[in-house]
Design a protein around this ligand. Sequence first.
Ligand code: NAG
Ligand code: NAG
Ligand code: NAG
Ligand code: NAG
Length: 361
Amino acid sequence: MALRRCLPWLMMSLLAQALVVVHRRGGGVVVAAAGKVPAVIVFGDSSVDTGNNNFIPTIARSNFWPYGRDYADGLPTGRFSNGRLSTDFISEAFGLPPCIPAYLDTNLTIDQLATGVSFASAATGLDNATAGVLSVITIGEQLQYFREYKERLRIAKGEAKAGEIIGEALYIWSIGTNDFIEKYYNLPERRLQYTVAEYSAYLLGLAESAIRDVHSLGGRKMDFTGLTPMGCLPAERIGNRNDPGECNEDYNAVARSFNSKLLDLAAKLNKELPGLQLVYADTYKLLASVVDKPADYGFENAVQGCCGTGLFEAGYFCGLSTSLLCENASDYVFFDAIHPTEKMYKLIADAVINTTLHVFL
Ligand SMILES: *[C@@H]1O[C@H](CO)[C@@H](O)[C@H](O)[C@H]1NC(C)=O
Ligand SMILES: *[C@@H]1O[C@H](CO)[C@@H](O)[C@H](O)[C@H]1NC(C)=O
Ligand SMILES: *[C@@H]1O[C@H](CO)[C@@H](O)[C@H](O)[C@H]1NC(C)=O
Ligand SMILES: *[C@@H]1O[C@H](CO)[C@@H](O)[C@H](O)[C@H]1NC(C)=O
Protein backbone atom coordinates (compact mmCIF):
# COMPACT_ATOMS: atom_id res chain seq x y z
CA MET A 1 0.00 0.00 0.00
CA ALA A 2 2.66 2.49 1.05
CA LEU A 3 4.59 1.51 -2.06
CA ARG A 4 1.85 2.54 -4.44
CA ARG A 5 1.54 5.98 -2.92
CA CYS A 6 5.26 6.61 -2.71
CA LEU A 7 6.09 5.34 -6.17
CA PRO A 8 4.91 8.23 -8.36
CA TRP A 9 6.87 10.62 -6.16
CA LEU A 10 9.95 8.44 -6.16
CA MET A 11 9.89 8.14 -9.96
CA MET A 12 9.35 11.85 -10.53
CA SER A 13 12.20 12.71 -8.27
CA LEU A 14 14.57 10.33 -10.03
CA LEU A 15 13.90 12.35 -13.18
CA ALA A 16 14.26 15.64 -11.36
CA GLN A 17 17.65 14.66 -10.05
CA ALA A 18 19.04 14.47 -13.53
CA LEU A 19 18.43 18.20 -13.76
CA VAL A 20 19.40 21.10 -11.62
CA VAL A 21 17.11 21.15 -8.65
CA VAL A 22 15.15 24.27 -7.89
CA HIS A 23 13.33 24.58 -4.66
CA ARG A 24 11.41 27.26 -2.92
CA ARG A 25 12.14 28.43 0.56
CA GLY A 26 10.15 31.02 2.47
CA GLY A 27 8.99 32.62 -0.75
CA GLY A 28 12.50 32.89 -2.16
CA VAL A 29 13.98 30.36 -4.55
CA VAL A 30 17.16 28.46 -3.86
CA VAL A 31 18.95 26.89 -6.79
CA ALA A 32 21.29 24.09 -5.92
CA ALA A 33 23.44 21.72 -7.89
CA ALA A 34 21.80 18.29 -7.85
CA GLY A 35 23.37 15.54 -5.83
CA LYS A 36 24.94 17.58 -3.06
CA VAL A 37 22.77 15.72 -0.57
CA PRO A 38 21.89 12.49 -2.41
CA ALA A 39 19.77 10.95 0.37
CA VAL A 40 18.05 11.67 3.69
CA ILE A 41 18.54 8.84 6.18
CA VAL A 42 16.43 8.88 9.31
CA PHE A 43 16.67 7.34 12.80
CA GLY A 44 14.18 7.88 15.57
CA ASP A 45 10.66 7.52 16.92
CA SER A 46 7.06 8.21 15.81
CA SER A 47 7.98 11.77 14.85
CA VAL A 48 9.86 10.27 11.88
CA ASP A 49 8.52 6.69 11.49
CA THR A 50 7.03 6.52 7.99
CA GLY A 51 5.59 3.02 8.47
CA ASN A 52 8.18 0.62 9.90
CA ASN A 53 5.91 -0.37 12.78
CA ASN A 54 3.37 -1.69 10.23
CA PHE A 55 5.76 -4.59 9.73
CA ILE A 56 6.47 -5.59 13.34
CA PRO A 57 4.11 -7.01 15.96
CA THR A 58 3.32 -4.00 18.15
CA ILE A 59 0.25 -1.98 19.08
CA ALA A 60 2.24 1.24 18.46
CA ARG A 61 0.75 1.73 15.02
CA SER A 62 -1.16 4.27 13.00
CA ASN A 63 -1.88 2.40 9.76
CA PHE A 64 -5.61 3.04 9.98
CA TRP A 65 -8.06 5.90 9.55
CA PRO A 66 -8.09 8.76 10.50
CA TYR A 67 -4.29 8.75 10.26
CA GLY A 68 -3.26 9.76 6.75
CA ARG A 69 -6.58 11.52 6.16
CA ASP A 70 -4.86 14.36 4.29
CA TYR A 71 -2.01 12.27 2.83
CA ALA A 72 -1.68 11.82 -0.97
CA ASP A 73 -4.84 9.77 -1.60
CA GLY A 74 -6.18 10.01 1.94
CA LEU A 75 -5.02 6.60 3.08
CA PRO A 76 -2.95 5.77 6.17
CA THR A 77 0.76 4.96 5.80
CA GLY A 78 1.86 4.39 9.38
CA ARG A 79 2.78 8.05 9.87
CA PHE A 80 1.34 9.35 13.16
CA SER A 81 -0.29 12.38 11.56
CA ASN A 82 -2.98 13.41 9.11
CA GLY A 83 -0.38 13.85 6.37
CA ARG A 84 3.35 14.10 5.89
CA LEU A 85 6.05 14.41 8.55
CA SER A 86 8.84 16.99 8.90
CA THR A 87 11.37 14.64 7.37
CA ASP A 88 9.22 14.27 4.23
CA PHE A 89 9.27 18.08 3.82
CA ILE A 90 13.00 18.22 4.55
CA SER A 91 13.70 15.60 1.88
CA GLU A 92 11.67 17.65 -0.58
CA ALA A 93 13.58 20.84 0.32
CA PHE A 94 16.85 19.08 -0.56
CA GLY A 95 15.45 18.24 -3.99
CA LEU A 96 14.74 14.64 -3.01
CA PRO A 97 11.42 12.75 -2.95
CA PRO A 98 8.63 14.42 -0.92
CA CYS A 99 8.03 11.14 0.86
CA ILE A 100 10.64 9.08 2.76
CA PRO A 101 9.99 5.33 2.55
CA ALA A 102 10.07 2.93 5.51
CA TYR A 103 12.96 0.48 5.45
CA LEU A 104 10.90 -2.53 6.51
CA ASP A 105 8.55 -2.28 3.52
CA THR A 106 9.99 -5.25 1.66
CA ASN A 107 8.24 -4.26 -1.57
CA LEU A 108 10.73 -1.44 -1.99
CA THR A 109 13.87 -2.03 -3.99
CA ILE A 110 17.25 -0.68 -2.98
CA ASP A 111 17.01 1.80 -5.88
CA GLN A 112 13.84 3.20 -4.34
CA LEU A 113 15.60 3.49 -0.97
CA ALA A 114 18.77 5.03 -2.36
CA THR A 115 17.46 8.62 -2.13
CA GLY A 116 16.22 8.27 1.42
CA VAL A 117 15.02 5.83 4.01
CA SER A 118 13.60 5.82 7.52
CA PHE A 119 14.67 3.23 10.08
CA ALA A 120 12.56 4.92 12.76
CA SER A 121 10.04 3.17 14.97
CA ALA A 122 7.14 4.73 16.84
CA ALA A 123 7.34 4.41 20.65
CA THR A 124 11.08 3.83 20.68
CA GLY A 125 13.75 5.76 22.54
CA LEU A 126 17.49 5.98 23.02
CA ASP A 127 17.08 3.63 26.00
CA ASN A 128 16.53 -0.05 25.09
CA ALA A 129 14.02 -0.25 27.92
CA THR A 130 11.82 2.38 26.25
CA ALA A 131 11.65 0.31 23.05
CA GLY A 132 10.78 -2.66 25.27
CA VAL A 133 7.56 -1.06 26.60
CA LEU A 134 5.66 -1.66 23.34
CA SER A 135 8.12 -4.09 21.71
CA VAL A 136 9.36 -1.76 19.02
CA ILE A 137 12.68 -1.33 17.20
CA THR A 138 15.61 -0.28 19.41
CA ILE A 139 18.17 2.28 18.29
CA GLY A 140 20.73 -0.55 18.10
CA GLU A 141 18.46 -2.44 15.70
CA GLN A 142 17.99 0.71 13.61
CA LEU A 143 21.78 0.95 13.31
CA GLN A 144 21.94 -2.72 12.37
CA TYR A 145 19.40 -2.09 9.59
CA PHE A 146 21.55 0.82 8.48
CA ARG A 147 24.58 -1.50 8.17
CA GLU A 148 22.48 -3.87 6.09
CA TYR A 149 21.28 -0.95 3.93
CA LYS A 150 24.84 0.18 3.35
CA GLU A 151 25.79 -3.32 2.21
CA ARG A 152 22.77 -3.52 -0.11
CA LEU A 153 23.74 -0.16 -1.61
CA ARG A 154 27.30 -1.40 -2.17
CA ILE A 155 26.06 -4.49 -3.99
CA ALA A 156 23.57 -2.53 -6.12
CA LYS A 157 25.60 0.60 -6.90
CA GLY A 158 29.21 -0.41 -6.49
CA GLU A 159 31.75 0.67 -3.88
CA ALA A 160 32.35 4.20 -5.15
CA LYS A 161 28.73 5.26 -5.68
CA ALA A 162 27.57 3.68 -2.42
CA GLY A 163 30.42 5.40 -0.58
CA GLU A 164 29.36 8.72 -2.08
CA ILE A 165 25.72 8.27 -1.02
CA ILE A 166 26.68 7.27 2.52
CA GLY A 167 29.28 10.04 2.82
CA GLU A 168 27.12 12.85 1.41
CA ALA A 169 23.71 11.85 2.81
CA LEU A 170 21.97 13.90 5.48
CA TYR A 171 21.33 11.85 8.64
CA ILE A 172 18.45 13.02 10.79
CA TRP A 173 17.92 11.97 14.40
CA SER A 174 14.59 12.60 16.11
CA ILE A 175 14.37 10.67 19.36
CA GLY A 176 14.31 11.05 23.14
CA THR A 177 10.79 12.23 24.02
CA ASN A 178 9.52 8.71 24.68
CA ASP A 179 12.39 8.00 27.05
CA PHE A 180 10.87 10.60 29.34
CA ILE A 181 7.11 10.43 28.78
CA GLU A 182 6.68 6.74 27.99
CA LYS A 183 9.38 5.28 30.22
CA TYR A 184 10.88 7.51 32.90
CA TYR A 185 7.77 9.31 34.12
CA ASN A 186 5.27 6.60 33.28
CA LEU A 187 6.87 3.50 34.78
CA PRO A 188 8.84 3.12 38.00
CA GLU A 189 11.87 1.16 36.74
CA ARG A 190 14.15 3.99 35.58
CA ARG A 191 12.96 6.44 38.24
CA LEU A 192 14.15 4.04 40.93
CA GLN A 193 17.56 3.84 39.26
CA TYR A 194 18.23 7.41 38.15
CA THR A 195 17.44 10.99 39.04
CA VAL A 196 16.11 12.80 35.98
CA ALA A 197 19.51 14.53 35.52
CA GLU A 198 21.27 11.17 35.64
CA TYR A 199 18.80 9.70 33.18
CA SER A 200 19.35 12.62 30.78
CA ALA A 201 23.09 12.03 31.01
CA TYR A 202 22.55 8.32 30.34
CA LEU A 203 20.46 9.13 27.25
CA LEU A 204 23.01 11.64 25.94
CA GLY A 205 25.68 8.95 26.28
CA LEU A 206 23.52 6.63 24.16
CA ALA A 207 22.98 9.41 21.59
CA GLU A 208 26.73 9.98 21.46
CA SER A 209 27.49 6.34 20.83
CA ALA A 210 24.83 6.12 18.08
CA ILE A 211 26.30 9.22 16.37
CA ARG A 212 29.80 7.72 16.64
CA ASP A 213 28.52 4.49 15.07
CA VAL A 214 27.07 6.28 12.04
CA HIS A 215 30.25 8.34 11.71
CA SER A 216 32.38 5.19 11.79
CA LEU A 217 30.17 3.77 9.03
CA GLY A 218 30.84 6.83 6.85
CA GLY A 219 28.09 9.33 7.81
CA ARG A 220 29.21 12.97 8.05
CA LYS A 221 26.26 15.39 7.67
CA MET A 222 23.89 15.07 10.59
CA ASP A 223 21.01 16.87 12.22
CA PHE A 224 20.02 15.95 15.75
CA THR A 225 16.65 17.50 16.45
CA GLY A 226 16.17 18.66 20.02
CA LEU A 227 13.23 17.87 22.28
CA THR A 228 10.07 19.93 21.99
CA PRO A 229 8.20 21.32 25.04
CA MET A 230 6.90 17.84 25.79
CA GLY A 231 5.01 19.07 28.86
CA CYS A 232 2.60 20.83 26.49
CA LEU A 233 1.53 17.71 24.58
CA PRO A 234 -2.23 17.35 25.12
CA ALA A 235 -1.70 13.97 26.83
CA GLU A 236 0.78 15.51 29.27
CA ARG A 237 -1.53 18.42 30.06
CA ILE A 238 -4.27 16.01 31.10
CA GLY A 239 -1.76 13.96 33.04
CA ASN A 240 -0.47 17.02 34.89
CA ARG A 241 -1.49 16.28 38.48
CA ASN A 242 -0.45 19.60 39.96
CA ASP A 243 -2.16 21.76 37.41
CA PRO A 244 -4.53 19.71 35.20
CA GLY A 245 -4.93 21.08 31.68
CA GLU A 246 -1.82 23.26 31.88
CA CYS A 247 1.61 22.48 30.42
CA ASN A 248 3.78 20.38 32.70
CA GLU A 249 6.58 22.87 33.28
CA ASP A 250 8.79 20.29 34.98
CA TYR A 251 8.83 18.25 31.78
CA ASN A 252 9.56 21.36 29.73
CA ALA A 253 12.50 22.21 31.97
CA VAL A 254 13.85 18.67 31.46
CA ALA A 255 13.57 19.14 27.67
CA ARG A 256 15.43 22.48 27.80
CA SER A 257 18.19 21.04 29.92
CA PHE A 258 18.52 17.99 27.64
CA ASN A 259 18.69 20.29 24.60
CA SER A 260 21.43 22.46 26.08
CA LYS A 261 23.53 19.36 26.75
CA LEU A 262 22.82 18.11 23.24
CA LEU A 263 24.22 21.39 21.91
CA ASP A 264 27.40 20.85 23.97
CA LEU A 265 27.62 17.27 22.71
CA ALA A 266 27.38 18.46 19.10
CA ALA A 267 30.21 20.96 19.66
CA LYS A 268 32.36 18.30 21.28
CA LEU A 269 31.82 15.69 18.54
CA ASN A 270 32.32 18.24 15.74
CA LYS A 271 35.79 18.94 17.18
CA GLU A 272 36.65 15.35 17.71
CA LEU A 273 35.31 13.34 14.77
CA PRO A 274 36.99 13.99 11.41
CA GLY A 275 34.69 15.54 8.80
CA LEU A 276 31.63 15.47 11.05
CA GLN A 277 29.09 18.29 10.55
CA LEU A 278 26.58 17.69 13.30
CA VAL A 279 23.91 20.36 13.59
CA TYR A 280 21.60 20.68 16.55
CA ALA A 281 18.20 21.82 15.30
CA ASP A 282 16.13 23.64 17.87
CA THR A 283 12.40 23.02 17.63
CA TYR A 284 11.65 23.89 21.26
CA LYS A 285 11.35 27.64 20.75
CA LEU A 286 9.09 27.26 17.72
CA LEU A 287 6.69 24.85 19.39
CA ALA A 288 6.64 26.87 22.61
CA SER A 289 5.79 29.96 20.59
CA VAL A 290 3.05 28.18 18.63
CA VAL A 291 1.48 26.81 21.81
CA ASP A 292 1.67 30.25 23.39
CA LYS A 293 0.17 32.13 20.40
CA PRO A 294 -1.47 29.62 18.06
CA ALA A 295 -3.43 32.29 16.15
CA ASP A 296 -0.17 33.93 15.04
CA TYR A 297 0.56 30.74 13.11
CA GLY A 298 -2.97 30.19 11.78
CA PHE A 299 -4.06 27.63 14.38
CA GLU A 300 -7.26 27.68 16.43
CA ASN A 301 -6.42 24.96 18.91
CA ALA A 302 -3.11 24.08 20.56
CA VAL A 303 -4.36 22.20 23.62
CA GLN A 304 -6.35 19.30 22.14
CA GLY A 305 -5.61 16.86 19.35
CA CYS A 306 -7.90 16.70 16.32
CA CYS A 307 -8.84 13.08 16.93
CA GLY A 308 -11.34 11.99 19.59
CA THR A 309 -11.66 14.15 22.68
CA GLY A 310 -8.15 15.29 21.79
CA LEU A 311 -7.10 14.83 25.38
CA PHE A 312 -5.63 11.33 25.52
CA GLU A 313 -6.22 9.39 22.29
CA ALA A 314 -3.27 8.26 20.20
CA GLY A 315 -2.70 5.20 18.03
CA TYR A 316 -5.36 2.54 18.51
CA PHE A 317 -7.67 4.85 20.51
CA CYS A 318 -7.53 7.46 17.78
CA GLY A 319 -8.92 4.83 15.40
CA LEU A 320 -11.77 4.05 17.81
CA SER A 321 -13.08 7.53 18.33
CA THR A 322 -13.41 8.75 14.77
CA SER A 323 -16.91 10.14 15.29
CA LEU A 324 -15.34 12.97 17.26
CA LEU A 325 -12.75 13.78 14.62
CA CYS A 326 -12.22 17.51 14.05
CA GLU A 327 -13.29 18.96 10.73
CA ASN A 328 -10.04 20.49 9.55
CA ALA A 329 -6.72 19.34 10.99
CA SER A 330 -5.09 22.56 9.75
CA ASP A 331 -6.82 24.37 12.61
CA TYR A 332 -5.01 22.14 15.11
CA VAL A 333 -1.39 21.99 16.27
CA PHE A 334 -1.82 18.35 17.28
CA PHE A 335 -3.52 15.56 15.35
CA ASP A 336 -3.71 13.14 18.26
CA ALA A 337 -2.89 13.74 21.91
CA ILE A 338 0.85 13.37 21.24
CA HIS A 339 1.63 14.01 17.57
CA PRO A 340 1.57 17.20 15.49
CA THR A 341 -0.61 17.75 12.44
CA GLU A 342 0.95 17.98 9.00
CA LYS A 343 0.67 21.77 9.17
CA MET A 344 2.71 21.82 12.40
CA TYR A 345 5.21 19.32 10.96
CA LYS A 346 5.68 21.66 7.99
CA LEU A 347 6.54 24.53 10.35
CA ILE A 348 8.97 22.27 12.24
CA ALA A 349 10.53 21.25 8.92
CA ASP A 350 10.98 24.91 7.98
CA ALA A 351 12.87 25.50 11.23
CA VAL A 352 15.13 22.48 10.60
CA ILE A 353 15.63 23.46 6.95
CA ASN A 354 16.58 26.98 8.04
CA THR A 355 19.35 25.59 10.25
CA THR A 356 20.57 22.85 7.91
CA LEU A 357 20.14 23.88 4.26
CA HIS A 358 22.97 26.43 4.18
CA VAL A 359 25.29 24.06 6.03
CA PHE A 360 24.76 21.04 3.82
CA LEU A 361 24.07 22.35 0.33
C1 NAG B 1 3.56 -5.72 -1.74
O1 NAG B 1 3.15 -5.98 -3.06
C2 NAG B 1 2.16 -7.00 -3.16
C3 NAG B 1 1.95 -7.30 -4.62
O2 NAG B 1 1.70 -6.10 -5.32
C4 NAG B 1 0.89 -6.55 -2.45
O3 NAG B 1 -0.09 -7.54 -2.50
C5 NAG B 1 1.23 -6.24 -0.99
O4 NAG B 1 0.11 -5.71 -0.33
C6 NAG B 1 2.37 -5.25 -0.92
N1 NAG B 1 2.78 -5.11 0.48
C7 NAG B 1 2.92 -3.94 1.06
C8 NAG B 1 3.37 -3.99 2.45
O5 NAG B 1 2.72 -2.88 0.50
C1 NAG C 1 20.71 -2.59 24.10
O1 NAG C 1 20.38 -3.88 23.58
C2 NAG C 1 21.37 -4.40 22.68
C3 NAG C 1 20.81 -5.69 22.10
O2 NAG C 1 20.23 -6.47 23.07
C4 NAG C 1 22.68 -4.58 23.39
O3 NAG C 1 23.65 -5.05 22.48
C5 NAG C 1 23.13 -3.24 23.93
O4 NAG C 1 24.32 -3.39 24.66
C6 NAG C 1 22.04 -2.65 24.82
N1 NAG C 1 22.46 -1.32 25.19
C7 NAG C 1 22.54 -0.94 26.45
C8 NAG C 1 23.06 0.45 26.67
O5 NAG C 1 22.22 -1.63 27.38
C1 NAG D 1 -8.61 23.61 6.13
O1 NAG D 1 -8.19 24.93 6.43
C2 NAG D 1 -7.20 25.46 5.59
C3 NAG D 1 -6.83 26.84 6.07
O2 NAG D 1 -6.58 26.85 7.42
C4 NAG D 1 -7.72 25.52 4.17
O3 NAG D 1 -6.68 25.97 3.30
C5 NAG D 1 -8.18 24.14 3.74
O4 NAG D 1 -8.76 24.22 2.46
C6 NAG D 1 -9.17 23.57 4.71
N1 NAG D 1 -9.47 22.21 4.36
C7 NAG D 1 -10.70 21.75 4.29
C8 NAG D 1 -10.85 20.30 3.92
O5 NAG D 1 -11.66 22.44 4.52
C1 NAG E 1 12.74 30.09 8.00
O1 NAG E 1 13.36 31.11 7.25
C2 NAG E 1 12.43 31.88 6.49
C3 NAG E 1 13.22 32.81 5.56
O2 NAG E 1 14.29 33.38 6.25
C4 NAG E 1 11.55 32.65 7.46
O3 NAG E 1 10.61 33.42 6.77
C5 NAG E 1 10.80 31.65 8.34
O4 NAG E 1 10.06 32.31 9.33
C6 NAG E 1 11.76 30.68 9.00
N1 NAG E 1 10.96 29.67 9.63
C7 NAG E 1 11.22 29.18 10.83
C8 NAG E 1 10.26 28.18 11.34
O5 NAG E 1 12.18 29.53 11.50
